[in-house]
Design a protein. Structure first.
Length: 627
């Protein structure tokens, strides 16, 4: 008997120790396990939804450019939080010593010296944004949190173990004699939910009671139980039981889609703002040249006035033009400063950091218009040599030509088809229809009757101080207690369920309308971007012609003014027209480039990797990377 008792106690204690060892993990181990599970889920869902696996991590390196700029350029900051979580002072009762820790990572731009004003190319800004942007990091964390939510849903269908140990020492003097004793107990339990709705459970408990008085008697109690719950009507079926798991899995896919879309939009936003800053730089330089020209014109007007060749009123006009040019020059400089600060904020960099952008990107784009300007000059010269047509000659308007169309000015129907095939938000919206359909099925199931079978079995018995002198308990199936329960909930009152079912059908209609609305928005967006490309291309040609005419006009006005055949106002107007044309040409060039990127984004064809770099779509069937 005592040998049997020892075996039972040893087995139970060993089992409890195994559970204790598995359950008593440190916060660091729990965090590491959560990371492993989440990253494994994300990798699996990436493969399923995108057909590829891309490295994914929410651990942001500590040596990001933002932090290096704060230290390298001696910028002001408020405290440890400004540098990163690894620089925080641990608070009282902090669970993980040494965490958050400094994270080292290969920064593509680690060679940049941050102790001086730095210059960033467009490619570098894409990489910097992917590592430093606050919203970019938050979007990555949204994917990670969706993966954790899925893991929690999966936990409902795993084997769940629990264990408990108790030790009680008691003394009672309520009777004729004082009785003292000790009770030692241990229990383990197991639960399992199957995807067909069946719930299983079992447990084993052992009691060991020792009397410390009255002869020191002892007794062993042992109990076992098992339960089963089987839904037979409402709430049964794998599609009903696993609905929350199914939705959690789809939510991870949606989160991955949304992050992919955000990466594309973010890359285009960076390119747009980069171009806008370069445009401000060009405007600043144009305003500076215009200001110099205005000063020169004012000086020339005074010289001609002193020689009696120009009235005083035209001198005043030149001085007023100089003052306006100065005001414009100062205004453009401040506008540039505001735009570069806003761009730093978009990248997640300190606004007071010394940063410049690479002008060569704009020079390359503007340089592409030189051929257009030369072609226009030849056309104008040829036109001047032609016989002037009669004023009564019929006027023929020349429509927009596709002769100089860019590679992305593709057929509208093809562009729409590509967009409908590749837009990830459309996939999410279409998935929402399927989600709504499943919700209708779940709501309809709740309308029916509920029939549930519940069964239980108990063996053995427990022991306490009062039964310390009894024989040891035994697990005997023939002495067990068995019960079975069948409950039927008739579908008499289902008002709430009825309304929920009707609402689910309305939600389905709404989900379908959202797909239709998004399709129309996609078509509208693609059509508009194609129009933007066409308009920007035509504007480039018009502004290039305007620059050529304005430059010619300034030269002529100077010569005529020196010869006394023109007024100062003519020269001033010509200079203003040249400034406007130059700014217009730069704006048209940047608008065309941004429209190319936006069209690819709206068609879902702009690919962006984990470093924020894009790979553009090539209509010829070959991909190419453009800066």
């Amino acid at each position: 008997m005592h040998h049997f008792r020892a075996i039972i106690v040893v087995v139970l204690l060993c089992f409890l120790m195994l559970i204790l060892q598995a359950g008593c993990q440190s916060p660091s181990e729990h965090r590491s396990n959560a990371d492993d599970v989440a990253y494994r889920i994300i990798e699996e869902k990436q493969r399923q939804s995108l057909g590829k696996v891309e490295e994914f991590s929410i651990e942001r390196p500590s040596d990001i450019l933002r932090r290096r700029l704060l230290a390298g350029q001696g910028l002001s900051y408020s405290g440890g939080a400004s540098l990163g979580t690894d620089q925080l002072e641990p608070i009282e009762h902090w669970p993980e010593k040494g965490h958050p820790k400094t994270v080292s990572g290969a920064d593509p731009n680690e060679s940049i010296k941050t102790d001086e004003v730095i210059q960033l190319s467009l490619i570098q800004t894409l990489q910097v944004g992917a590592r430093n942007s606050f919203e970019y990091q938050s979007r990555k964390e949204d994917v990670f949190r969706a993966a954790l939510d899925l893991d929690l849903e999966l936990d409902w269908f795993r084997n769940t173990f629990a264990g408990q140990l108790d030790s009680v020492v008691s003394t009672s003097a309520s009777g004729d004699r004082t009785v003292s004793g000790a009770e030692y107990g241990g229990s383990t339990s197991w639960t399992k939910k199957l995807k067909n709705g069946i719930s299983l459970g079992g447990g084993l408990a052992v009691d060991l009671v020792n009397l410390l008085t009255l002869g020191g008697a002892s007794s062993l109690g042992i109990m076992a139980d098992a339960t089963i719950t089987v839904p037979l009507l409402r709430g049964s079926g794998e599609h009903i039981v696993t609905e929350s798991l199914t939705q959690a899995e789809r939510n991870v896919v949606y989160a991955i889609y949304e992050f992919e879309m955000y990466k594309r939009s973010f890359a285009v936003d960076i390119a747009r703002e980069y171009m806008a800053v370069l445009e401000r730089i060009d405007q600043k330089e144009n305003a500076e040249e215009n200001y110099k020209s205005s000063i020169a014109s004012a000086r020339s007007s005074r010289r001609l006035a002193d020689a009696g060749r120009l009235p005083a009123i035209q001198v005043d006009q030149a001085i007023q033009s100089e003052l306006r040019a100065r005001n414009r020059w100062i205004s453009v400089q401040e506008s540039y400063k505001r735009s570069i600060d806003s761009f730093k904020n978009l990248l997640g960099l300190p606004p007071d950091a010394g940063i410049e952008l690479d002008r060569s990107v704009l020079n390359e784009l503007v340089g592409q218009t030189s051929e257009i300007v030369e072609k226009i000059a030849l056309q104008e010269v040829a036109q001047e040599n032609m016989e002037i047509q009669s004023a009564d000659a019929p006027i023929e308007l020349v429509g927009v030509s596709h002769e100089n169309a860019g590679p992305l000015e593709i057929d509208e129907s093809l562009a729409i088809k590509l967009a409908l095939d590749n837009r990830l938000d459309l996939r999410i919206s279409q998935g929402g229809v399927y989600d709504a359909q499943r919700a209708v099925v779940i709501a309809a199931d709740a309308l029916g009757a509920e029939l549930t079978f519940f069964g239980s079995a108990d063996f053995g018995s427990g022991r306490s101080i009062s039964s310390a002198t009894a024989d040891d308990a035994k697990l005997r199936a023939d002495k067990g207690a068995y019960s079975g329960l069948l409950t039927l909930d008739l579908p008499i009152e289902r008002t709430a369920e009825r309304n929920a079912y009707r609402k689910s059908l309305i939600a389905l209609e709404r989900a379908v309308r959202q797909v239709q609305q998004l399709e129309d928005q996609i078509k509208l967006s693609v059509r508009n971007k194609l129009r933007d490309l066409l308009e920007a291309r035509e504007t480039i040609q018009i502004q290039a012609q305007s620059v050529w005419v304005a430059e010619k006009r300034v030269k002529s006005s100077n010569l005529f003014l020196e010869a006394g055949r023109a007024q100062m106002r003519d020269l001033l107007e010509a200079q203003d027209a040249l400034l406007t044309a130059q700014n217009g040409l730069t704006a048209a060039v940047t608008s065309y480039r941004v429209a190319e990127l936006e069209l690819q984004r709206d068609m879902g064809l702009l690919k962006v990797d984990k470093n924020g770099l894009w790979q553009e779509y090539s209509p010829e069937g070959t991909d190419n990377v453009r800066q």
